[in-house]
Design a protein around this ligand. Structure first.
Ligand code: NAD
Ligand code: GLY
Length: 360
């Protein structure tokens, strides 16, 4: 295989293959689990139309069934989990079946959680096809479904057998979805890798022109940040929390409009800027560093401000964040460019001032 392999340190270590080819996954699985095993591909209709044939070219020596899940965040649900269970039973799945999660973060989280609970657990492979899934959700073993009371409320840390990333799948990804991944990539750079930030700045035009070579490099560097953080802290007791940078503010923006009308990437973009302003007020960032971040985000067409919002309502919504502890808001701030810090003593007044900086 051409490309790169990075190993994740975990209770169950696993490799992340970057620049792999869909049609070569079968060869890898033959060496890993042996030929003839039962595989259950879980994917969306559109992703399946684009990539199932290519994937299946390499799976001739396996027994393969495919389960199609409609698109959308709503499908990360207990109802869909129940449907998958019935369909898997009808296909003869058992504990030795291996799930192949072919899609973005929705498929990865749903199929991964399904793998974690079906017959008390079966193996699964993450095959990410969005930039967000490649650099973020496929790595780290977090799997989940949503509940009426909150997103990702029912889940687990359940490491995959492997992550198999074929960058060529990005060719069909709509630009809006690419932006969601770019926001997470910029987040990785700000909290953990200044060189990555410089790389993105230097190649912004080529990234926007969707040059495939650039995406290989960008995605590989961003994935490496995620691998490093989850390898150091798989269960999110410390450094993995840095990955929440921009998300406490961003989730409040998304929740306020019930996840309609703002994308995750847009929420994270504004959230990173709000947190950067708070960091500047605390002397953790210079005004030049905050401006550097704003310029980069704007250059991609990501929003850095939001119109007509009530900062008090948004601050209250931040109180529901899963990362909070004993009623205290827990926030991640950048420390300059390239480092993060978790703060547990943020007061509502400084959070309100940060909102004021991003509300027009
Ligand atoms: P997504 O999975 O909904 O995919 C976005 C859209 O792109 C979908 O309509 C999908 O069908 C389509 N698509 C996927 N691949 C494509 C391709 N190659 N070509 C064309 N279309 C394609 O969205 P996402 O942004 O990938 O993932 C978001 C989800 O990830 C959320 O549910 C979030 O909670 C979760 N997430 C999980 C983690 C984690 O650590 N487990 C981290 C971040 C996000
Ligand atoms: N996306 C946050 C995490 O994986 O921890």
């Amino acid at each position: 295989m051409q490309g790169q392999r990075i190993d994740v340190v975990s209770v169950k270590p696993y490799p992340v293959f970057l620049g792999a080819r869909l049609e070569e996954l079968g060869d890898y699985l033959t060496t890993r689990i042996g030929a003839g095993e039962h595989l259950l591909v879980i994917t969306h209709p559109n992703v399946g139309d684009y990539y199932l044939d290519t994937l299946q070219k390499g799976l001739g020596s396996f027994m393969v069934n495919t389960l199609i899940v409609p698109q959308g965040e709503d499908e990360k649900s207990l109802d869909r989990l129940s449907d998958l269970t019935s369909e898997a039973i009808a296909c003869g799945a058992d504990r030795k079946t291996v799930v192949l999660a072919l899609g973005g973060g929705v498929i990865g989280d749903l199929a991964g959680f399904f793998a974690s609970v079906f017959m008390r657990g079966m193996r699964y492979v993450q095959i990410p096809t969005t930039l967000l899934a490649m650099v973020d959700s496929s790595i780290g073993g977090k799997v989940a479904v949503n509940h009426a009371a909150g997103k990702n409320l029912l889940g687990d840390f359940y490491p995959p057998l492997a992550v198999w990333t074929d960058f060529s799948t990005l060719e069909t990804l709509p630009w809006e979805e690419m932006l969601n991944g770019l926001a997470e990539t910029i987040k990785h750079a700000v909290i953990a890798d200044e060189e990555l930030l410089s790389f993105i700045e230097k190649h912004q035009e080529e990234i926007m022109a969707r040059k495939p070579e650039l995406y290989k490099e960008l995605s590989s560097r961003s994935s490496a940040v995620k691998v490093r953080l989850v390898s150091e802290d798989e269960t999110e007791q410390g450094k993995r929390m840095f990955l929440n940078y921009g998300h406490s503010f961003g989730h409040a923006l998304e929740a306020e409009v019930a996840y309609q009308g703002i994308t995750h990437g847009q929420g994270v973009s504004i959230g990173m800027v709000a947190a950067a302003h708070l960091a500047q007020e605390r002397g953790l960032m210079s005004s030049g560093e905050v401006e550097r971040l704003i310029k980069l985000l704007k250059g991609f067409g990501l929003p850095v401000t939001v119109r007509a919002k009530n900062p008090r309502v948004l601050t209250d919504l931040m109180g529901a964040d899963k990362k909070n502890y004993k009623g205290q808001k827990v926030l991640v701030l950048p420390k300059g460019i390239g480092q993060g810090i978790v703060i547990r003593d943020a007061n509502d007044e400084e959070i309100l001032r940060a909102w004021d900086k991003v509300i027009e």
